[in-house]
Design a protein around this ligand. Sequence first.
Ligand code: ADP
Ligand code: MG
Length: 359
Amino acid sequence: MTRPAAIGLRSVHKRYGKSTALDGLDLEVAEGEFFCLLGPSGAGKTTTLKTIAGLEEPDSGAVELGGVDMAGVEPYDRGVAMCFESYALYPHRTAYDNLASPLRSPRHRLPAHEARERIGDIAELLGIGALLDRPVGRLSNGQRQRVALGRVLVRPARAFLLDEPLSHLDAKLRQAMRAELRAIGSVRRTTTLYVTHDSVEALALGDRIGVIRDGRMVQTGTREELWHRPYDTFVARSFGRPRINLLPGTVTAEGHFRSPDGAYELPLTVPAPPGAAVQLGVRPRDIGLLGPGKGSGVEPAGTDRGTALELTGTVHVSELLGRATEVTVRIGGQQLSLVVPRADAAGLRPDRPVRLSVP
Ligand code: ADP
Ligand code: MG
């Protein structure tokens, strides 16, 4: 017998007046899994967590925890711990007291030595072990957010529901905390549903990722599946900066992609019916720069060099992204974005021809 999912949502609908928050959402999180729910603002992420926690009742559909239907089960009987975007701490009490208070509730009361041990472990994992005696009001924002997260993680729970817990931190702290959260996930092996609008965070953290849009799950899978086999252009555009190039064109009789003006053809990696209007997705970092081109304009077709296809276009703009440079190239009527090491882009001049390789 297979184990029931730790968290299961079956076609959950939820409306607030005229606005639909969840529109038949399906979700399954396995026991011990770190699952990231990724979606833009307003997609229904917070509503999903509240529905699981029992803070909102679905209009229809079912929420199951460990295979048990949660209809009519009170929030405190569901055994999940939820962390909200905005967190409330007791500013005059110490970090230790703030971490300890959830363990003083009758429901989670632990013997004193066990509570101390748990708090110590969590504080260590979150890097606030040395701050436990300080009043929370005297901690930095980042330290406070760690305490808030600790307050959730310290509770014995069957699942953690984390709602954009790093959103108030600066980029550097966010990166450090990502590593810690990942460590916590692999040490504790407690089922975690982690909500974010940041695809980098989702890719860094999730054993699996679900992409939510307009209250529906568009696709779930591993990061590799979502990156290489996006279900649609929304998912494709959700991952990677700069964004994936989406080039409109048609499929030739040989099953190749053909640009609208016929400037180039590329072999397709997935079968497509001849004559179909399609969009070809090419990640900016997958395109190589071969060097300045010879001609003064567009060469009519790509040349197949075995593994890579060569294209010639004109440099449109280039922009520094730290150690790399984003180059926009015009080929025929289309624009292609690519990212190359800064040094490789040094010789590029606007409106000059450039040769590219597409694997
Ligand atoms: P997310 O967390 O992904 O940003 P939410 O779950 O908060 O999205 O919201 C989903 C949709 O439901 C949005 O259109 C939002 O405006 C609406 N919504 C959420 N909560 C309420 C509420 N309490 N009253 C009215 N509309 C709400
Ligand atoms: Mg939200």
